[in-house]
Design a protein around this ligand. Structure first.
Ligand code: ZN
Length: 141
């Protein structure tokens, strides 16, 4: 242990079910009971149709890299020993786009169109941070 600790995201009332699931390395996403679309990030109303009947459902969390940016300067002191690292927008198979970090390979190797799967990083309070890593189903290039 050395240096400042990593930023640990706060839990809000609306995001609590998401964070509780991460304790078991499970991903849950809200689904709208009216328009049947997935919702990310956690909210009180569906951003697609405005209805408030959102329910939590299990999600696999696999997806495809939509965009990636390699960071050579740490955005937070707790990330200083990780540069360079890849911040990516990933389109999950469940139909939502989320910002994440792709780990488990060189940051410069992360590319648009790459299949990724969840990679859970432990936080100090038992929760896990949702990151992504290359999906093993994808053939190496
Ligand atoms: Zn809706």
């Amino acid at each position: 242990m050395s240096g400042p600790s990593r930023f640990e995201p706060p839990v809000s009332a609306v995001s609590e079910p998401f964070w509780e699931a991460t304790r078991q390395r499970r991903l849950v996403l809200q689904h709208c009971g009216s328009c049947e679309r997935a919702v990310w990030y956690p909210r009180v109303m569906c951003p697609h149709c405005g209805h408030a009947d959102l329910e939590w459902r299990e999600a696999a969390g696999r997806g495809v890299v939509y965009a990636v940016s390699v960071q050579y300067r740490a955005a937070h002191p707790g990330l200083a020993d990780r540069v360079p690292y890849a911040v990516a927008l990933v389109d999950l198979d469940e139909g939502v786009r989320m910002m994440t970090s792709v780990v488990g390979c060189a940051a410069e190797d992360v590319h648009v169109g790459q299949r990724v799967r969840p990679a859970w990083e432990p936080l100090t309070d038992g929760r896990h941070l949702l990151l992504h890593e290359p999906d093993g189903d994808e053939p190496d290039v």
